[in-house]
Design a protein. Structure first.
Lengths: 677, 100, 517
């Protein structure tokens, strides 16, 4: 396995080539670039699996490939050089994520054959080029070995989402949604950039791993107990950590920067699947996991992450309850699920968070692709109230979608249950000692109920009952390219939980927590970036209720109970052949929720009421003072020019006189200067 | 023996006369003559200093200068000739088609 | 290398080849004065200048001028009054390149001209003078070489005998030139009076007090005389390089002369003026010692001249209507940039800033020649002289116009063209010199301001060519081979000099180090 890693750059290079090929030659290719994309992502998947195998055999890879620039610079902790480089870091976490991303990207490409090509879309080369670039950016982000490279590809991911969300740029809503996604995430990225600069200036390095990493440097600085930029070392680590977190909140659509994500449904459903499962949104949480050691140094940051996560999980789940559009429901479920991951990471449950990231990638890709299939079936109708009865007409879609829904709702034994339960368990044991985490845990727990409810409301409305429109009575058939990805993902959604059956392990006392061992580097890993290394850094106290087994049972039991009751309520309300809306019962609360808690409204108000007047003032300053100065300089120059050139009178005698005068002036000036007179 | 400073004063006087001629005369030929005067001022210097320093370099250089002056006049007369042909005048202040 | 086995006088080969070529053309003209055999005449001239270029490059590669300690052949003194070192060869290359370019371009420009042989022989004769200027190291040879370059130039500017502009330009050039050379010669007489010598090395020995002046007097007693003489020398060189206040001839001479001659004068002649300036001031009047004699270091004079020249040239160029006149003023501005090379010298250093000035002159030799040749092309087409007349040329002649855009942006100093690097090095060199003299900070600031201003008028021309709509009445434009070839070669060199900048930098810094160190 020695040589495997020298092929690592190819993983990202394949989709990049596909991007170029689709862009340049896509117009003339059969399937308009799809083949290139499928081949490239397929190759990436194969290579990623090879990396995974290599890591499993005990190898890791950490190599600087290209140095942008390096120079002397005094950083705050006294390092005297700083270098900015591109490099690859493949450890268990990165290898796992590479496989997830390339798998989902591959399946999305295959699905696109049925979803985009078969439906006769125009602009397909642009679409496949976008997908290729998107995959390239995310893969590069995943194995970036330093924060700067991560930041650059993080931005590229944002750009690609802009391009793909706005794919149907002739509609009114898609360009606006694309802009919103770009701007909102950019707002977060702005803080990320500040964080990158701050970390570079403080520690003189941006490496994630190794002795030279900023994590190690930060740890040393905290141990020294010195001051950084006038703060305690730990406070400064918290500040910089929070700055980077700004980018995470934007990209992973956490409160309050989640508003772009529901609008992003304007893009093709396949793009939504990619964004939600593997690329854009996952990038945020992945970044937290990537530099988890840094966050582990600062309990404050972790608590904030946990609280934001718990709150977002609940907050988004309540909004998902009242949506009528199948994609909207899924959008809010994504926000909610990433809230869980943040909660898990925030309470120190590194394995749980990554586990949920993985499971979520499978079942959310499944659900979105399933929704895409439903949309094809329904002749591009997305309103669930016009569906119904698809269960019998499209069994493959139904059963795979159901598997995804069960996983999402957290019903045992589907994959989502295991990871969500682990997150909640980790939150609970920390929460027993820390009241703030307890609050976050409570919100996360409550969200389970809502998740169960909206998930099954969606399933019942879409697939059960009687067809409620002509389209639903006569669905459009779907081909193998749609079914195949659904089946693959459906199987994964069912079985992926096996990777880490932590409750079973604790109750039965058997060693089956494979993912934990994997992330702990027991098969192969880099010392400072393993689960146990992180655990040592964590300052959390944990408690149990009577004993560990009892606590496990209580946590699992509670969440299962809530999931079942949510699902049960949905069954009770919507399983009729002709379901009716129950929104009125919610009264004014329903209106508030339906309007998304006026998040958009207040953000628009902030923009129009605060930023716009400020911008106007700045604009006026620019127009009058800055432009005035610039124009003044230019006018003065041109006036000076027209004056200077008048010296050249055209009469040669004048020239001689001026020449002599100039010479005498020089003579006198230098004579006085040289002391001749 | 006359001190070298008197030669320098003489040459400077000749130089200045030439200069004034350049600045005030509008006839191209007079302009040329004035320049010749300035060159000869240099020659006076060169020869006086050659005598003063006791080497011949200056004297030889003065010969070169005279040859150069002759060549210059040759070219200059040619130009003045075409000047007259084009402008019907040898007044140097007349050609002012290009300025500013 | 075999070069050591050649007699020493062959070290002047590049200049001698030009002289022989000029004489051959002259002989041809005497035998057959009415001949219009353009191929033969232009071909001879091109062959001569290219041979000269080849020999100069060969000598450089063979290590002439490189100190023997570094494996070179050392400085060669071919004959009394001349020296062939790296500096000389560097500038011989510039002169030969520019000569070759403008001779090729002239082939088309002179299509209906009556005095073909005269024209070419005068050009080559002037080039001989410029080439000799690069190697002259005595005030006698300097004066003769300078006049050898000047006198044919006067005639060349006025060679369009029925064109009032050309004649007027020739007259003004000649009158100001003769006045300047009178001042220059008077300056030489004063320097001779103060030191008793005309050879640069001997002057330096007297100035530094190593030997006594010819008459046995103390040099410091003659400080005033020497100072005045030095200022007058500066005047003579300022004329040759078109620097303020001796620049008055330049706008008219460049505007009125045939465009290839404008290119020749503003590139090669200027470069030759600078090489003499560099050599005289670094060799004859060593910094530090000269201050004790005349009361100040001559760098002060060049700081003032550089600032005034840059500013005047660029400001006057900004509002010109005629493209050629704009280029003429910009040429004055560039002389100001090159003067920084002397202004930034210090007693014990300054290779960087002087090397930068020399690089700038080399790059300038391509980009400015190219720009003037484009004007020659426009004159050949007969489209007119002003910016408006150039509107929309790109639609009809995209290749030449692309080359012109390259020249303009390079002149303005925009990356990635050669002009950016030389100007950048000048700026860095000026800042480095600022540690010794704070006035250099002002110079650096003025350099930046003027570059910004120059971008305005250069891009104005690019806008006219590329963005404005062409007038409806313009005829189809011809594509004369010679002009096109010269323009394209100049453009390619302006661009490829960037990757090849390493050797240029080395050559320029070595050459500068040879005279400064």
């Amino acid at each position: 396995m020695e040589g495997a890693f020298s092929y690592a750059p190819a993983i990202a290079a394949f989709p990049l080539v596909a991007f170029v090929v689709a862009l340049v030659f896509g117009k003339w290719m059969p399937k308009k670039g799809a083949i290139a994309g499928i081949a490239a992502t397929g190759a990436s998947l194969v290579f990623s699996l090879w990396m995974l195998a290599a890591v499993a055999s005990g190898e890791t890879y950490h190599e600087t490939l290209y140095e942008w620039t390096a120079g002397e610079a005094a950083s705050e902790i006294g390092a005297d050089t700083i270098g900015f480089s591109f490099g690859i870091l493949i450890d268990p976490l990165a290898a796992l994520m590479l496989v997830i991303v390339s798998l989902v990207a591959f399946l999305v490409h295959v699905f696109s054959l049925g979803y985009m090509n078969a439906e006769g879309e125009t602009g397909l080369p642009r679409y496949y080029a976008g997908l290729g670039l998107f995959t390239f950016s995310m893969l590069s982000f995943v194995y970036a070995d330093n924060l700067l490279m991560a930041f650059m590809f993080f931005e590229l991911v944002g750009l690609c989402s802009f391009l793909l969300i706005g794919f149907w740029f002739r509609t009114r809503s898609a360009p606006s949604a694309a802009k919103k996604a770009f701007l909102v995430t950019r707002f977060g990225d702005y803080f990320f950039l500040l964080g990158v600069v701050a970390i570079a200036a403080t520690f003189g390095t941006l490496q994630f791993a190794g002795d030279e990493s900023f994590v190690a440097a930060a740890e040393a600085a905290i141990d020294d107990g010195g001051q950084l930029f006038g703060f305690d070392a730990e406070t400064w680590v918290t500040i910089t950590g929070l700055l980077v977190l700004g980018g995470v909140i934007g990209k992973s659509a956490q409160f309050p920067l989640h508003t772009w994500l529901p609008d992003a449904m304007e893009g093709p459903t396949t793009v939504s699947a990619l964004i939600h499962a593997a690329t854009m949104v996952a990038a945020g949480v992945y970044l937290v996991a990537r530099m988890f050691g840094y966050y582990a140094l600062s309990p404050t940051t972790l608590a904030i992450i946990a609280f934001i996560g718990g709150f977002t999980a609940l907050f988004a789940a309540t909004m998902g309850v009242v949506k009528d559009d199948v994609k909207q429901v899924l959008a809010y479920s994504t926000i909610s699920q990433y809230g869980y991951m943040m909660l898990g990471l925030g309470v120190g449950g590194y394995v749980a968070g990554v586990f949920h990231l993985m499971n979520h990638a499978f079942f959310k890709a499944l659900l979105f692709l399933g929704a895409g299939a439903v949309i094809v079936l329904m002749h591009h109708e997305q309103n669930m109230w016009k569906m119904g009865g698809l269960k019998d007409k499209a069994p493959v879609t139904y059963y795979t979608f159901l598997a995804g829904a069960l996983a999402l709702a957290g019903i045992i034994p589907f994959s989502g249950f295991w990871s969500k339960d682990e997150i909640l368990y980790d939150a609970l044991i920390v929460g027993l000692e820390e009241p703030l985490i307890m609050a976050a845990y409570a919100m996360g727990l409550l969200a389970v109920f809502f998740t169960g409810f909206y998930t099954f409301r969606m399933v019942f409305l879409t697939f059960h009952g009687e067809p409620r429109s002509e389209a639903a009575e006569d669905p459009h058939p779907v081909g193998w390219s749609i079914k195949l990805p659904l089946i693959v993902l459906g199987i994964l959604a069912v079985v992926a939980g096996i990777a880490n059956l932590a409750p079973v392990a604790k109750l039965a006392n058997v060693d089956i927590t494979f993912l934990e061992h994997w992330l702990d580097g027991e098969y192969g890993g880099i010392d400072e970036v393993t689960y146990s290394a992180y655990s040592e850094l964590l300052a959390y106290e944990t408690g149990v209720i009577s004993s560990e087994q009892v606590t496990v049972l209580i946590a699992a039991g509670l969440s299962l109970l809530l999931a079942f009751s949510g699902a049960g309520l949905a069954w009770k309300l919507y399983s009729d052949p002709e379901p009716t809306a129950h929104k009125e019962r919610l009264g004014s609360a329903g209106t508030v929720v339906e309007d998304n808690y006026y998040q958009d409204e207040y953000q628009v108000w902030l923009a129009e009421g605060v930023t716009l007047p400020l911008a106007r003032v700045a604009d006026r300053f620019d127009q009058t003072v800055i432009d005035g100065t610039v124009n003044g300089v230019s006018t003065a120059s041109l006036f000076g020019s027209s004056w200077v050139k008048r010296i050249q009178t055209g009469i040669v005698t004048n020239y001689a006189a001026l020449l002599i005068a100039g010479f005498i002036a020089l003579l006198l000036g230098l004579g006085v200067y040289g002391g001749w007179f | 023996m006359i001190g070298v400073e008197y030669y320098v004063l003489l040459s400077m006087a000749v130089f200045c006369i030439g200069l004034v001629g350049v600045l005030t005369r509008r006839n191209a030929l007079t302009f040329l003559m004035s320049v010749e005067l300035m060159l000869n001022a240099a020659n006076i210097n060169l020869i006086a200093f050659a005598f003063y320093h006791g080497n011949l370099t200056g004297q030889v250089f003065a010969l070169f200068t005279m040859a150069l002056a002759a060549a210059e006049v040759a070219v200059g007369l040619g130009i003045i000739l075409v000047l007259y042909r084009n402008f019907r005048d040898v007044d140097v202040t007349v050609p002012t088609t290009m300025r500013w | 290398m075999a070069i050591y086995e050649l007699p020493e006088w062959t070290a002047l080969g590049p200049a001698l080849i030009l002289a022989v070529t000029a004489l051959a053309l002259f002989a041809f003209d005497s035998i057959s004065p009415r001949s219009t055999n353009r191929q033969l005449l232009a071909g001879t001239a091109v062959a001569g200048s290219l041979t000269s270029l080849g020999v100069a490059v060969w000598f450089t590669v063979a290590g002439v001028g490189t100190p023997t300690a570094d494996g070179g052949n050392g400085v060669i003194d071919p004959t009394h009054g001349f020296v062939v070192d790296q500096l000389a060869l560097y500038f011989m290359i510039i002169v030969a390149v520019v000569t070759a370019l403008i001779v090729v371009a002239s082939y088309d420009y002179l299509v209906d001209h009556a005095y073909q042989a005269e024209y070419y022989s005068l050009v080559i004769l002037a080039a001989t003078g410029m080439s000799l200027m690069a190697a002259a190291d005595s005030l006698v040879t300097i004066l003769i070489a300078l006049e050898l370059a000047s006198l044919p130039s006067y005639a060349l500017v006025a060679i369009l005998k029925d064109n009032r502009g050309s004649v007027e330009a020739g007259l003004k050039y000649f009158l100001i030139g003769s006045l300047s050379s009178a001042i220059f010669i008077y300056g030489i007489s004063l320097v001779y009076g103060a030191t008793g010598h005309l050879e640069l090395a001997a002057i330096a020995e007297v100035v530094s007090g190593e030997t006594e002046a010819g008459s046995g007097h103390d040099i410091t007693e003659m400080g005033g005389l020497l100072g005045l003489g030095i200022l007058m020398l500066i005047g003579g060189f300022a004329f040759k390089t078109a620097s303020v206040p001796f620049h008055f001839w330049a706008p008219e001479a460049y505007e009125g002369a045939p465009a290839p001659i404008s290119a020749f004068l503003s590139s090669a002649s200027k470069a030759a003026g600078f090489v003499v300036l560099f050599r005289v001031f670094t060799e004859a009047f060593p910094l530090g010692e000269i201050g004790a004699v005349i009361g100040f270091d001559w760098t002060v004079a060049f700081i003032v001249l550089a600032i005034v020249t840059m500013t005047l040239g660029n400001f006057a160029a900004a509002t010109q209507d005629s493209v050629k006149r704009m280029l003429a003023y910009s040429s004055i501005g560039h002389a100001g940039y090159a003067l920084i090379g002397l202004a930034g010298l210090t007693a014990d250093g300054g290779e960087l800033v002087m090397g930068a000035a020399m690089m700038h002159l080399l790059v300038y030799g391509f980009m400015n020649t190219g720009a003037f040749l484009f004007v020659a092309l426009a004159e050949h087409w007969g489209v007119g002289r002003t910016f408006e007349d150039y509107n929309g040329l790109a639609a009809q002649a995209p290749v030449a116009c692309a080359a012109m855009a390259v020249f303009m942006f390079s002149l303005a100093g925009i990356p990635p063209f050669g002009g950016f690097f030389s100007k950048y090095f000048l700026f860095v060199g000026a800042l480095e010199a600022a540690t010794a003299s704070t006035a250099m900070l002002v110079v650096a600031a003025v350099l930046v301001i003027n570059s910004a201003l120059s971008l305005y008028y250069y891009s104005r021309l690019v806008k006219a060519i590329w963005i404005e709509d062409p007038p409806a009445t313009r005829d189809r434009l011809a594509q004369p081979t010679g002009l096109y070839a010269a323009i394209i070669v100049a453009a390619v060199m302006t661009i490829v000099i960037l990757p090849g900048f390493g050797p240029v930098v080395d050559a320029a810094l070595d050459a500068a180090g040879a005279v400064v160190g």
